[in-house]
Design a binder for this molecule. Structure first.
Ligand code: GLU
Length: 421
């Protein structure tokens, strides 16, 4: 294995490109398509002035990267965080293209991000920043162009502001410009839980595939945001033992299983999972390496790296986050025969439910939650099957199989459409 520095290892764009190159080579992808799909098709950088509550003006830098529109409008979330970089957003945009293709929904990929610390901003400042960011991007967004959604530190309220700002510019209400909206504004039932529900489906499928029992199956979840908390709760309801939860400020462990519903209530009251009576305090770094059958990294990138991969004891790693495992760590996990459900498959429940929301908004006809969940579970179980069969047929691991399947689908569309001159 070639040794690369940690700085390169944890650069998400390089991590994406390493898997893309490997998969493209396995596919014998022709050089032109390789070059076309390796880079995003459009990168927009905006500097957003915002009037702050104290009367000063702050200027925030925002990005929207559109990787591909080959299979349909661009689709992908917007994140607010102090450490957002253009390389990160590029990688996340490409991952959205592959994710939408893996589950075979008619979207390309995009991602947005604003460098800011939402924890230090008032609700008014966040609203003004969101509206100005949307206005700066106005000609690039639209139900048939690019449809944002929530991601790290953005939520239904932020999506409502985006929808309203876009609608004000269009002089009509356009609900389908963004997904992950509040129910009353054209949101979809089941969207909020969808990524977590998808993780639960993936774990069920992985156990079935590996012929392992669900009874007594110990799960550790890293990250207790929308994805991690919903995955943990839905999996607890299915009978999994959620033995560990790791958060930024510390973790919890209980060998007999944590009551996730009570933990959610505790967090709502106290703003942290720490101090919860139904478990012992634990070190978050240690939890990643603790004994369990399933490990679910559900926060952000670069959680499993060359530094800790050889200490992971889980049998299955199911990636709720985007890019939690570096390309170097992939090889270490493969040597240890750990079964990976890769991010672009594992967390595709969110964008699949976003697709349903977009369809419902355009139809003006809204589905019952049971219909959303049933269609979601069907698409995800089928996609899991597609990926593991592809991996078997081509003798590659699940991640490379998912990339190959996705790249092949996108490449096939481009070949048929041709290159516009
Ligand atoms: N941010 C989510 C993701 O990374 C959802 C994207 C969407 O629904 O468009 O998949």
């Amino acid at each position: 294995m070639e040794t690369i520095s940690l700085e390169h290892e944890i650069n998400p764009w390089e991590a994406q490109a390493a898997r893309f190159d490997f998969a493209a080579q396995k596919l014998n992808l022709d050089e032109g398509l390789w070059k076309l799909l390796r880079s995003p098709s459009r990168e927009i950088i905006v500097h957003i002035p915002v009037s702050m509550d104290d009367g000063s003006v702050e200027v925030f830098t925002g990005y929207r990267v559109q990787h591909s529109i080959a299979r349909g409008p661009c689709k992908g979330g917007i994140r607010y965080a102090p450490d957002v970089t253009l390389d990160e957003i590029r990688a996340l945009a490409s991952w959205m293209t592959w994710k939408c293709a893996v589950v075979n929904i008619p979207f390309g990929g995009a991602k947005g991000g604003v460098i800011c610390d939402p924890k230090k901003m008032s609700i008014g400042e966040l609203e003004r920043m969101t509206r100005r960011y949307t206005a700066e991007l106005i000609e690039f967004l639209g139900p048939e162009k690019d449809v944002p959604a929530p991601d790290v530190n953005t939520n239904e309220q932020v999506m409502a502001w985006i929808m309203d700002t876009y609608s004000m510019h269009m002089r009509q209400t356009v609900t389908s410009v963004v997904t992950g909206k509040p129910l009353a504004l054209g949101g979809s039932r089941g969207r909020r839980e969808a990524t977590g529900r998808g993780i639960a489906v993936m774990c069920d499928e992985a156990l079935r595939y590996l012929k392992l029992p669900r009874a007594g199956c110990r799960v550790i979840v890293q990250g207790f945001g929308n994805v991690g908390a919903n995955a943990a709760r839905l999996m607890m309801e299915k009978g999994y033992l959620i033995v560990g939860i790791a958060e930024q400020d510390g973790g919890l462990y209980n060998n007999n299983g944590i009551d996730v519903t009570l933990l959610q209530q505790h967090r709502e009251r106290n703003g942290t999972i720490l101090g919860f009576k139904g478990a012992e305090g634990a070190d978050s770094t240690g939890l990643l390496q603790a004994e369990c059958e399933i490990l679910i990294p559900a926060a952000t990138e670069n959680v499993i790296t060359s530094r800790n991969a050889d200490r992971i004891k889980a049998r299955i790693v199911c990636e709720g986050a985007n890019g939690p495992t570096t390309a170097v760590a992939d090889e270490i996990l493969a040597d240890k025969k750990i079964f990976i459900v890769p991010d672009i498959l594992a967390n595709a429940g969110g964008v699949t439910a976003s697709y349903f929301e977009w369809v419902q908004d355009r139809q003006g006809y809204f589905w019952r939650e049971s219909v959303v969940n049933e269609r979601l579970e069907h698409i995800l179980a089928e996609s899991f099957d597609d990926v593991v069969r592809y991996a078997e047929a081509h003798a590659v691991n699940n991640r490379i199989a998912a990339y190959m399947l996705a790249i092949d689908r996108v490449a096939c569309t481009i070949r048929q459409r041709g290159i516009y001159a």
